[in-house]
Design a protein around this ligand. Structure first.
Ligand SMILES: Nc1ncnc2c1ncn2[C@@H]1O[C@H](COP(=O)(O)OP(=O)(O)OP(=O)(O)O)[C@@H](O)[C@H]1O
Ligand SMILES: [Mg+2]
Length: 238
């Protein structure tokens, strides 16, 4: 066997089929609701996702001048061999993480703009870069998976027109207002206690609302038929 064949075989062996299937998963709205029941964390808001992403790297604690300090290992940038690791700012990084935590729990900080204030070259941009890279990577990981959807609607000639939600919206926005309360009550009952209740704020974006209303008219108000045009898929933050 020639060297070329060997190289190709090595390459083929390195492919991760399970990961590929995971990343390219798609399904119906009902398949997505199954995922939410099994992994309610897919519906987390941005602050919860950021906070969980940072925590997923673990942390350690130490005492300095009688003060308990938490070192979040995320800021060691372990996935990039410490390229953007930040040192000596644990107290400030703790405050930053605390803001994400409070915002994740809806204590009001989610309505604020976070300003990193400090001298030139004190790693403000590095912190922002780390958070961006961390979120990108987390969205490709099963623990950080998040989902959106696209519409597949046949036109007059029968050709299927595919429209992606331009806002990469949360699929649960498709649940209409008048049944939302009931829907989430049943959904959270199915999820069971011990996990933060799933709740979704916000409504369809203008493009999706237009398609939704149009399909509602076509299907005489049959919501199940409207969402049968929906294909749910993973989103990767970039
Ligand atoms: N505490 C620190 N630990 C490790 N590296 C640091 C630290 N502070 C700064 N650096 C390094 O110094 C360089 C400059 O940092 P960075 O560009 O993030 O600073 P900045 O606060 O955004 O500065 P500016 O105010 O000029 O925008 C980067 O390579 C960064 O990794
Ligand atoms: Mg900067």
């Amino acid at each position: 066997m020639g060297r070329g064949h060997e190289l190709l075989q090595q390459l083929a062996a390195r492919q991760d089929v399970a990961e590929f299937q995971d990343l390219t998963w798609e399904g119906s709205f009902a398949d997505f609701v199954d995922i939410v029941v099994a992994q309610p964390q897919v519906t987390r808001n941005a602050f919860q996702r950021m906070y969980d992403m940072i925590l997923s790297y673990g942390y350690s604690e130490y005492t300095e001048y009688k003060k308990r300090i938490v070192r979040y290992h995320f800021f060691n940038d372990p996935k990039n061999d410490g390229q953007d690791a930040i040192f000596g700012l644990d107290l400030h990084l703790m405050k930053l993480v605390k803001i994400f935590k409070a915002a994740a729990q809806g204590y009001g900080t989610e309505k604020r703009v976070i300003l990193l204030h400090g001298p030139v070259g004190s790693s403000k941009s590095t912190v922002a870069r780390l958070l961006k890279k961390g979120l990108e990577e987390y969205s490709r990981h099963p623990d950080g998976a998040l989902y959106t959807y696209r519409w597949a609607v046949p036109d007059e000639l029968g050709a299927v027109v595919v429209t992606r939600c331009p806002m990469h919206e949360e699929p649960l926005h498709l649940v209409p207002d008048h049944i939302r309360a009931d829907f989430f009550r049943s959904l959270n009952a199915a999820i069971g206690e011990g996990s933060t209740p799933v709740k979704v704020d916000g409504d369809l974006c203008p493009v999706c609302r237009f398609i939704y209303n149009d399909l509602m008219r076509k299907h005489n108000g049959d919501w199940a038929k409207v969402v049968s045009h929906v294909r749910v898929e993973r989103v990767f933050l970039s």
